[in-house]
Write a protein that binds this ligand. Structure first.
Ligand code: ZN
Length: 253
């Protein structure tokens, strides 16, 4: 069921990434010639982003690609939480864990950082599993697209305000509208090591949902969700989805 890379594809990509325009030998491929055209990544060099990591790999409460019905949840959902770091900033996207010790433990286990080391937290959209751990970062800036910030601030759940931000963050990331899952959903796009990376939130639920351009069952607009995923496929080399590990966009597009 998975669209695995062929060996020739893999060698082409390795050649493009490691060897530039140097041709890759094909003698081990049954005599089939292999094109030597290097893969063209979408990202730019010279980004201020030096490092990014997945802190928690998310899962869905129900997953149709695992044979589960959309009608009811069969496990607790956890969202994918990612750290993006550059010169002078560490930003956490979608803090996922409601328990303070669990959130701090996963942050330490995956990055060696403490909650106080996080300068800013960005929330992609107003669903509770994507800001479950927000309160564990009281010293950080709390950020979201303006429309999302407004919803979070109106909820009365927080003693401090979530700041609305547009366009760019730390002069290193783009805040991009990715509607369909919710009307005001926003994702982050940035370059790192010459790759274009999108931390998508629930604009992409998992790799399987992306492959079929399918919104999760609670999407407000499935057609818009599909078009947003088309846009991300044209923009990203790597997608960090809302409830799965990150994946190579082209491999499933
Ligand atoms: Zn959601």
């Amino acid at each position: 069921m998975y669209n695995l890379l062929t060996r020739a594809d893999f060698l082409n990509r390795a050649g493009g990434a490691v060897l530039g325009s140097v041709a890759v030998a094909a003698s081990c491929l049954g005599g089939q010639p292999v094109a030597s055209r290097p893969h063209m990544w979408k990202g730019r060099k010279g980004s201020k982003i030096k490092r990014w990591d997945v802190v928690t790999i998310g899962n869905l409460s129900r997953n149709r690609y695992w044979g589960e019905s959309d009608a009811k949840g069969v496990r607790a959902a956890i969202c994918t939480c990612a750290l993006i770091a550059g010169d002078g900033f560490r930003l956490l996207v979608d803090p996922s864990l409601a328990d303070a010790a669990d959130m701090a433990g996963e942050l330490d286990r995956r990055t060696g950082l403490k909650p106080r080391d996080i300068d800013a937290v960005f929330v992609t959209h107003e669903h509770g599993d994507h800001f479950a751990g927000l309160g564990h970062f009281p010293q950080a800036q709390w950020l979201a697209a303006p429309a999302v910030a407004e919803i979070l601030n109106k909820s009365g759940k927080w003693s401090r305000r979530v700041e609305g931000i547009t366009d760019r963050l730390f002069d290193a990331m783009e805040v991009i509208p990715t509607p369909g899952h919710t009307n005001t959903h926003h994702s982050l796009r940035f370059d790192c090591d010459g790759l274009s990376i999108v931390v998508a939130g629930d604009a992409v639920a998992t790799r399987d949902f992306f492959r079929e351009r399918r919104g999760y069952f609670n999407a407000v607009d499935f057609e818009l969700s599909a078009r947003t995923m088309d846009k991300l496929a044209a923009t990203a080399d790597i997608i960090v989805p809302g409830h799965d590990n990150y994946f190579l966009a082209e491999g499933v597009a």
